[in-house]
Design a protein around this ligand. Structure first.
Ligand code: FA5
Ligand code: MG
Length: 435
C-alpha cells in the first residue's frame, strides 16, 4: 500500500539523455531531480566525488578491473529490479521510494542496475562502475535524493584448472592491510538465513567470500589511510590518526546475492555503514548469458558519506552547490579539508494537520512536496509529532521543516511563500486539514 502525488501534472513526454519517455500514471520525477541528472559530479576531476572515484580507481588499477563511469541514469524496471530478483512487492519498487519516468523506466536506485550489461560486456575478470543514483529519501545532513555508488564485481570460470588454488593465489595477490577486522562469519560464511547456493561448493563459498572481503577491506583501507595521511599533513594530532582502522562485517540480505554482508567502519566513535556485498546469485549470471560456467562476487559502496568524511564536508547538499567558494577549494588528486565559508541562519516552520481516514500520505511525500517548492533550501524535514484523537480516532501529524541556504540569507517573506505552497499541496493532493 503506497501513495503518490497523483494529481501533479507532467508533460506528455520527458526527454532525458536524448531519449523520449511517454509519461503515465507512474511518472513522479520533479524537474529539479531531472536537472541533477545532468551534473555527473563523479566525472568532474576537481569535485570531491570525482576526486574520490579517481583515488579508488588508481588504487584498483592493474588488478583486473574494467572501469565504467559513463552509464546514463535512466534504466528499465527490468534492469533495476526484475533481473536482480526483487520480489514484486519489494518496497523499493514503490512510487514513494523510486523516481519513475513511466511504468517501465526509472532513475536507477543503485549501480547494481548495470550488473547485467557489465557481466555481458566486460572482458576482464572484474569491473567497477561509478554512477549517480536516485532515491526518494528523508532529508537531512547525510541523505539526499541523489547520491553516488561504486559497484564492483569479479568472476571466475569454473573450468579454471585448479580453481581453488587459483582463487587462493588471487587472495594472496591483494595487498595486505593493517585493518582490525571483526568478522564472526569468516569461518562460517553460511547459515539458514544466508544460505549457500547450489551451484557452488562450500569450499568455493569460503574462498570467494575471503577474496570479496579482502578486496573491500583493501579498498576501504586505501581511502581511509589517504584521509588520515592528509589530516596528519594538515597538522592534526587527533589520537584516531595513530590507531589502526577498525571494521566489522555484519550479515545482510540482497535479492541477487547469497550469502550477503555489509561492512561498517569505525570512524570517530561511530559504526558507519559503507557497503553491501555478497556472492552473486547464479540466476543473475545466467540472465547475463554467462551460462553455468561462472561464479563470483559483487559489492556496492555509497561514496558520498565517505567523501564527506574525507573532505570534512558537513552537509551532503554541499556536493551539489554551484557556489565557487565551494568548487574552488578542490583540485584533482588532492584531499583538502573543506573550509566553511559562512553559515546562514535557518528558518524553521511547522506544519500540523489532520489526516483523512485511510490516508495514503507517506513521509516521503511530505519530503517531496517540500523539495519541489524549496529545492536545496530544504535543509531538513522531520516528523516531530503524531497522535490519534482518543474520541474521533483521527490521526494528526506535525512536520518541522528547516529552510536554510548554503549560500545566502533567506527572507521570512520568501519562506512564507514557499511554506504556503507546501501547505496548499498537502491539502490538494492528500486532503489533509491544516490545524
Ligand atoms: C545497495 O544499494 C546495493 N546495490 C549494494 C550491493 C551491491 C549489494 C552489490 C550486493 C551486491 P544499499 O541500499 O544498502 O545497497 O546502499 C549501499 C550504500 O549506499 C549504503 O551502504 C550507503 O553507504 C549508501 N546510501 C544508501 N542510501 C543513501 C542516501 N540516501 N544518501 C547517501 N548514501 C546512501
Ligand atoms: Mg543498507
Amino acid at each position: 500500500k503506497y501513495s503518490t502525488i497523483q494529481a501533479r501534472k507532467y508533460p506528455d513526454e520527458i526527454v532525458l539523455d536524448g531519449k523520449s519517455y511517454k509519461t503515465d500514471e507512474w511518472t513522479n520525477i520533479p524537474d529539479f531531480i531531472l536537472e541533477l541528472t545532468k551534473r555527473q559530479l563523479h566525472q568532474n576531476p576537481n569535485h570531491p566525488i570525482g576526486i574520490l572515484r579517481d583515488l579508488i580507481e588508481r588504487n584498483m588499477k592493474d588488478m583486473g578491473y574494467t572501469f565504467y563511469n559513463n552509464f546514463k541514469p535512466a534504466v528499465t524496471t527490468f534492469q533495476n529490479f526484475d533481473v536482480l530478483g526483487f520480489p514484486d512487492d519489494h518496497p523499493g519498487r514503490s512510487k514513494s521510494d523510486t523516481y519513475y519516468l513511466n511504468k517501465d523506466n526509472l532513475l536507477r536506485t543503485h549501480t547494481s542496475a548495470h550488473e547485467l550489461e557489465c557481466f555481458q560486456t566486460c572482458e576482464t575478470p572484474g569491473y567497477l562502475i561509478t554512477a549517480d543514483v536516485y532515491r526518494k529519501d528523508e532529508i537531512d545532513r547525510t541523505h539526499y535524493p541523489a547520491f553516488h555508488q561504486l559497484e564492483g564485481a569479479r568472476t571466475w570460470s569454473k573450468n579454471t584448472p585448479n580453481l581453488e588454488e587459483q582463487i587462493l593465489k588471487d587472495i594472496e595477490s591483494i595487498p595486505k592491510t593493517n585493518i582490525i577486522v571483526e568478522d564472526p562469519f569468516r569461518e562460517q560464511p553460511i547459515n539458514a538465513e544466508n544460505p549457500k547456493q547450489d551451484y557452488m561448493t562450500e569450499k568455493q563459498v569460503q574462498l570467494i567470500q575471503v577474496h570479496l572481503k579482502k578486496s573491500v577491506e583493501f579498498l576501504v583501507n586505501q581511502v581511509f589511510e589517504t584521509a588520515r595521511e592528509s589530516a596528519r599533513l594538515a597538522g592534526s594530532t587527533e589520537p584516531y590518526l595513530n590507531e589502526p582502522l577498525k571494521i566489522r562485517w555484519v550479515e545482510a540480505y540482497f535479492p541477487w546475492t547469497s550469502p550477503s554482508w555489509e561492512i561498517e567502519v569505525w570512524w570517530k566513535g561511530e559504526w558507519l555503514e559503507c557497503c553491501g556485498c555478497g556472492i552473486v546469485q547464479q540466476q543473475v549470471l545466467l540472465n547475463a548469458g554467462l551460462g553455468e560456467d561462472k561464479l563470483g562476487w559483487a559489492f556496492g559502496i555509497g561514496i558520498d558519506r565517505i567523501a564527506m568524511l574525507l573532505f570534512g564536508i558537513p552537509d551532503i547538499r554541499l556536493f551539489w552547490s554551484l557556489d565557487e567558494r565551494f568548487s574552488n577549494q578542490f583540485q584533482q588528486g588532492k584531499i583538502a579539508t573543506f573550509v566553511p565559508y559562512s553559515k546562514f541562519p535557518g528558518i524553521k516552520r511547522d506544519v500540523s494537520f489532520w489526516l483523512p481516514t485511510d490516508s495514503l500520505l507517506h513521509e516521503n511525500d511530505v519530503m517531496e512536496i517540500v523539495r519541489t517548492h524549496a529545492g536545496d533550501v530544504a535543509e531538513s524535514v522531520a516528523n516531530i509529532d503524531e497522535f490519534v484523537h482518543p474520541k474521533t480516532g483521527r490521526k494528526s501529524q506535525c512536520y518541522r521543516i528547516n529552510y536554510q541556504s548554503m549560500d545566502r540569507n533567506l527572507t521570512n517573506e520568501e519562506i512564507n511563500e514557499v511554506h504556503n505552497k507546501v501547505e496548499a499541496d498537502l491539502k490538494k493532493y492528500f486532503d489533509v486539514e491544516i490545524r
